[in-house]
Design a protein around this ligand. Structure first.
Ligand code: FES
Length: 146
């Protein structure tokens, strides 16, 4: 009888340890192995209407679960870039006076085309494709696993 109770308690303990292990390990594994997306798959989303976007303004949004920004340039054209700083990943902010992006974390600055103006970031912001259909502005980017 005692051995049966001991076996029962051991099974409960083993089940509990297994559940806790899965509960802790699964998110870690998902972090290191995000869902795969085929490299040539495109993500295209509606971002704004032309009326929403004044000249020299920016709208931040999420594309493929990444921070992105759509900018309407002073000449009326649009440009879209990743808003994730290439230094350590903070979200950049748009500075309409001077037309550049600034990262508050460590002070990196990027031109309106995404080129690094000031470090510590060393890589440019990734640029996305913008398409205008009538009054609607769409942005698309190649899907990548982050
Ligand atoms: S994260 Fe942007 S400058 Fe460091």
């Amino acid at each position: 009888m005692a051995s049966t109770r001991r076996q029962f308690l051991n099974r409960i303990l083993a089940g509990g340890i297994t559940a806790i292990t899965v509960y802790v390990i699964y998110p870690i594994l998902r972090f290191f192995d995000p869902p795969s997306v085929t490299p040539d798959e495109q993500s295209r989303i509606f971002v704004a209407t032309a009326e929403e976007m004044n000249l020299n303004s920016a709208k931040f949004f999420r594309l493929l679960d990444r921070a992105a920004v759509l900018v309407r340039l002073p000449n009326g054209n649009y440009r879209s870039l990743s808003a994730k700083c290439t230094d350590l990943g903070c979200t950049v902010s748009f500075r309409p006076v001077g037309d550049y992006f600034h990262c508050n974390c460590h002070g990196s600055e990027f031109s309106i085309s995404g080129r690094v103006l000031r470090g510590p970031a060393e890589r440019p912001l990734e640029e996305y494709d913008v398409s205008v259909e009538g009054d609607k502005i769409y942005v698309s980017a190649p899907a990548k696993t982050v």
